[in-house]
Design a protein around this ligand. Structure first.
Ligand code: RP5
Length: 167
C-alpha cells in the first residue's frame, strides 16, 4: 500500500510564502505531500477533480489555504470524507474575513480551522501529522520527541533569562 500523503491546496500563488511553513514541517517529519494552486472560485472544476483524484490515490489529510472570501476548505470538505484543515490567509481585513469564512461551516461538513497565517500553516501540518500518526507509531514517536525538544527549548530560554536577571 502507498504511504498516505498530505495534499496542500492554495487559492493563489500569493498564499505560497505563508504555506511554505507547512512544507517545512512536513519535510521535517518525512511526510510525503503534494502542493497545488487551485481556487474554489476561479477553477472550481479543477479543484473538484483534483480532490477526487487525490482522495482515490491515498491522500490522508487535505490542508487548504485561502484568503478573502475563503471557500476553498469548505469546497474541498464538501467533496471528500478525509479530514480537511483550513488555513485562513491574511489577504485583506487582517485575515478576519478568511478566518470567519473558513471556520463558520454549516453542520455536517466540518473544516478544522487553524490560526491565521504562518502559525496556522505550521499547525495545519502538525495536525495532519497527528492524524496520520494515529496509525503510524514511528511518526507518533517523532511528534513526542518534537514536543519534548520544544519544551526543553523553553526551559533553556527561561534559564538564560534568569541568568541575565541575576546579573
Ligand atoms: C484567495 O484570494 C486566495 O487564496 C488569496 O489569498 C486571495 C487573493 O488572491 P490573488 O488575487 O492574490 O490571486 O482566493
Amino acid at each position: 500500500m502507498n504511504k498516505p500523503f498530505v495534499a496542500i491546496l492554495m487559492g493563489s500563488d500569493s498564499d505560497l510564502p505563508v504555506m511554505e511553513a507547512a512544507f517545512e514541517v512536513l519535510k521535517g517529519l518525512a511526510i510525503p505531500f503534494e502542493a497545488k494552486v487551485t481556487s474554489a472560485h476561479r477553477t472550481p472544476k479543477a479543484t473538484h477533480d483534483y480532490v477526487v483524484d487525490a482522495d482515490r490515490r491515498g491522500c490522508a489529510v487535505f490542508i487548504c489555504a485561502a484568503g478573502m472570501a475563503a471557500h476553498l476548505a469548505g469546497a474541498v470538505a464538501a467533496t471528500t470524507l478525509k479530514p480537511v484543515v483550513g488555513v485562513p490567509i491574511n489577504s485583506s481585513l487582517d485575515g478576519l474575513d478568511a478566518l470567519l469564512s473558513t471556520v463558520q461551516m454549516p453542520a455536517g461538513i466540518p473544516v478544522a480551522s487553524v490560526a491565521i497565517g504562518k502559525a496556522g500553516a505550521k499547525n495545519a501540518a502538525y495536525l495532519a501529522a497527528q492524524i496520520i500518526g494515529i496509525a503510524d507509531s514511528q511518526l507518533h514517536q517523532k511528534l513526542i520527541e518534537e514536543r519534548a525538544a520544544a519544551a526543553a527549548a523553553v526551559v533553556a530560554k527561561d534559564a538564560a533569562l534568569q541568568k541575565q536577571l541575576a546579573g
